[in-house]
Ligand binder design. Structure first.
Ligand code: SF4
Length: 253
């Protein structure tokens, strides 16, 4: 049995720990520093919510919502994010048109081909030694395809998607839920470059050896957390003042 701050591990916990164990400690154990609201995350959350708004409807009525309804939903959410922290050269207003463009493109060109049987499906499974893994599947389709939505400055490469532990985790959850292997995985990437574009990135299938490797990663992370290994890793891209919410405290601690 492991000694973890939450009763389960999720992919976001594992990737936080892999980026910097000290950051994991601040976020999940110390919990004393309030995290600022970064616009890059808020924008992704609003886009994601708009997709969920459409596909939950489609799950029941087998048809997409009108594009304008989904755009309006996005804008309602985004209007609440005016005080988020923007990167240099960016602003809330600039993201209004970008959001309209991305949601419209996805709804017109991609959503009609997606037929979900699960939307934002939360699931928890035991992966041995009492360790629970929890995740939320963005979409699982009638073709047994795992789809994950991302917003990113640049499109994901296929090699990045094929090596994605997150997609492996979702494939593992889909198998546990349905007793069938997903046929493939995809990242539906809303690319924020220029006027915005949508790129569907093939993440390939997942096989039992992918799942076994990922379970080993989950167990070794759970072991390190249980043993209290929380060193500072200053080598990653995240270790900067405007990226790590704990930077000031950490660097002076
Ligand atoms: S400032 Fe750097 S070392 Fe400290 S928690 Fe953040 S990422 Fe880790």
């Amino acid at each position: 049995m492991y000694n973890l701050p939450k009763p389960y591990l999720s992919h976001s916990q594992v990737s936080c720990y892999q980026m910097c164990p000290k950051q994991y400690w601040y976020r999940y154990i110390h919990k004393q520093i309030e995290e600022p609201i970064f616009a890059v995350l808020s924008f992704g959350t609003c886009y994601h919510a708009a997709m969920e708004f459409n596909f939950r409807h489609k799950l029941t009525y087998l048809t997409d919502r009108p594009v304008e309804e989904v755009v309006t939903y996005f804008l309602e959410r985004w209007s609440k994010c005016q005080h988020a922290i923007f990167e240099e050269g960016q602003s809330w207003a600039k993201h209004v048109n970008l959001g309209i463009s991305l949601v419209t493109k996805y709804m017109e060109d991609y959503a009609p081909q997606v037929n979900p049987i699960m939307v934002e499906q939360k699931h928890e499974m035991e992966i041995g030694e009492g360790l629970l893994f929890q995740g939320v599947l963005d979409l699982y389709t009638t073709e047994r395809k795992v789809i994950d939505f991302k917003t990113a400055a640049k499109a994901w490469s296929s090699s990045k998607a094929r090596e994605s532990d997150q997609l492996t985790g979702y494939a593992m959850l889909a198998f546990d839920l349905t007793a069938n292997w997903p046929t493939c995985t995809e990242i539906h990437c809303a690319v924020k470059e220029g006027e915005g574009s949508i790129k569907v990135v093939d993440g390939g299938p997942r096989f039992p050896y992918h799942i076994d490797d990922y379970k080993k990663t989950l167990h070794s992370t759970a072991r390190d957390i249980s043993e209290g290994i929380f060193y500072k890793d200053t080598s990653g891209w995240i270790c900067q003042k405007d990226r790590c919410p704990y930077f000031t405290d950490c660097m002076h601690g």
